[in-house]
Design a protein around this ligand. Sequence first.
Ligand code: PA5
Length: 442
Amino acid sequence: MSVSLSAKHTEAFIAPHELEGMTAQLSAAAELVQTKSGLGNDFLGWVDLPVDYDKDEVCRIKAAAERIRKNCDIFICIGIGGSYLGARAVIELLKGPMHNTTGSTTPQIYFAGNNIDSEYLTNLLAICEGKDITVNVISKSGTTTEPAIAFRVFSELVRNKYGAEGAKDHIFVTTDRQKGTLKALADKEGYETFVVPDDIGGRFSVLTAVGLLPIAVAGIDLDGLFAGAQAARKELSLPGNDCYRYAALRNILYRKGKSIELLASFSTAFGQFSEWWKQLYGESEGKDGKGLFPASVTYSTDLHSLGQFVQQGSRNLFETMLWIEKPVADLTIGIDPENTDGLNFLAGKQVSEVNLAAFRGTVLAHNEGGVPCILLSIPAVNEYEVGYLIYFFEKACAVSGYMLGVNPFDQPGVEAYKKNMFALLGKPGFEDRQQELLAKLD
Ligand code: PA5
């Protein structure tokens, strides 16, 4: 199994019989996922996606990615939430967080439409000046405000630069198979489209065209990702697997008052993967007044900020630590004959050995400070392992959500701010609400 779990550092908080006591609930929840018979079961297309994906579309994605890699300097990926987090997570994990400066992704890849930040958009426009650009707008609904605004800005830039005909080589649209304004616009303008499947929600969609086109543009091997996800699909349906144990452990800890799960990694390249994980778990479980609050830290960086809180603050959290056994790159610490910095005790050691000591030391310290630590490890960072890890977290999330008794596949709460924003902006149809809100604000 590619992802392995150790519960050793939860033992002071969870007795062995407690895990056993969850067996029936765990099996029932897993069964709901496997048989696609639970709440929100029309959004379980991701379960068999690793084998059932649309092979023709993936060929088309690879071909489009090759063309994009040749025809631009900058690729702009427009989307929000589940429509960009997965792609960004995979690209940064496999190509490094500095991929645009190290040149490990050509073209450079930027993300837009995930905020309403005028400064961000202005800076991105400045970066694009004089450069060949290609845009991939990704929105299942086709109406989400943030990507819609960014698409207006960047599609105008593309059309001004290449003309209506040339824009067809520089704009790609990932949206619903047949409905929605974005689909209608793409058909009208002749832009190539890719499909967000009906039965897969945004946060489970990284292995659909939503994630695959940007990931392929980054030069990442899609077959490797699918191979890992296929192995996970097979292995993680067996009883007692680590994905199910993870789901059970986090549910037990939640019921004991540990209401925050802190995903801790020791790799900066994992930072965006944590963002994807937070959305996956936050949107899937945080409803009906229930759910663990998913938070994340990157160590050792955050040991010098949130580390104090984790060690000695409110005892309402547990950590899930993700350890990568073999770093992508390593270097040896040199010797200083003067030893003025007193660091010669580390001379000749790899930086990764120091990181390992930080990991081990942190687990022990936090555990002694009253923080249960679930340890997950993966052997290395490559397409196969990343595909496996994605599926591991998706499956655990679905099983965990069912154990909690929620529908892990809807997100009704996301609408609340949108309604208010539309009302305040005077969108037709929201007039009554506008008066009500303005009165409250006054
Ligand atoms: O996970 C989800 O379903 C959401 O985060 C959506 O992906 C997000 O709200 C964007 O929606 P859309 O793709 O319709 O623009």
